[in-house]
Design a protein around this ligand. Structure first.
Ligand code: SAM
Length: 246
């Protein structure tokens, strides 16, 4: 893999130090009032690049805690000078509660989340009751949650979790289609797994009208945590490198 050039990739690559404290004001962040979509664990940024090109009237924020991957994603966006997309090098468990305002994103995308195969590492998975509660909070009624993976067991965990949540309604997933060229995949991981001939499990849910203050949501979180307490989601991160800009 070629080393990444040490150039300042702002505004395409940002860290938490580039943000004012508190919830992001999307209007000043993107300079417009278009809908915002969030990608969790954006990796090399193929989804962000394609989406930002195809939907210039929408804004995209990728969150990625592996700083090398985050900068790699940002570089491809920077080279194309795409105005409606940013990568934030940070842990989503810090970003969601501190920086994403209530009901402010039209969609949350989570593609090929790390499966963390070893049982003792399972607590590092992104999908947890805490995560889903944050996703619920940031989506308005009608907002979408999309998740794809090639890991059948993790897909089962994700679908069970979201289907059990009072704020989400399952919708049939998009059909798989033939890729027309090497970049015609949803994400880099999708390309890798499909080229290996592996099945891809896709799901999407829409946020319903239940208010964030509805006791059914806090009851659900309490019950989920009683069944399996969430670990401290900020403790296990080991992949982040120095988040400084060059
Ligand atoms: C298997 S990769 C998939 C990358 C991309 N979504 C794709 O489909 O090509 C999962 C990504 O999620 C990132 N990730 C995992 N946990 C995260 C967290 N808590 N905050 C931000 N990024 C995270 C990892 O660093 C990794 O780049």
């Amino acid at each position: 893999m070629r080393p990444l050039p040490k150039i300042d990739l702002r505004p395409h690559f940002l860290t938490l130090r580039d943000l004012p404290a508190g919830p992001i004001n999307w209007q000043s962040f993107f300079g417009n009032d278009h809908p915002v979509e969030l990608e969790v664990g954006c990796g090399r940024g193929l989804f962000l690049q394609t989406s930002a090109l195809v939907h210039p009237d929408r804004n995209y924020l990728g969150v990625e805690y592996d700083m090398k991957e985050a900068r790699r994603a940002a570089l491809r966006l920077h080279k194309r000078a795409l105005p409606n997309v940013r990568v934030l090098g940070a842990n989503v468990f810090e970003v969601l509660p501190k920086f994403i305002p209530d009901q402010s994103v039209a969609a949350v995308h989570v593609y090929f989340p790390d499966p963390w195969w070893k049982r003792r590492h399972r607590k590092r998975r992104v999908f947890s009751a805490t995560f889903l509660s944050q996703v619920t909070r940031v989506l308005p009624p009608g907002g979408w949650l999309h998740s794809w993976t090639d890991v059948e067991e993790y897909f089962g965990v994700i679908t069970e979790l979201v289907n059990s949540h009072p704020a989400f309604v399952w919708h049939p997933p998009p059909e798989e289609r033939e890729a027309q060229h090497d970049l015609d995949y949803h994400t880099s991981f999708e390309r890798k797994k499909r080229q290996l001939g592996l099945p891809i499990y896709r799901a999407r849910w829409q946020r319903n009208e239940i208010a964030n203050t509805d006791p059914r949501l806090s009851d659900w979180l309490a019950a989920a945590n009683a069944a399996e307490p969430d670990p401290d989601p900020l403790s296990p991160v080991e992949t982040a490198e120095s988040p400084d800009h060059p």
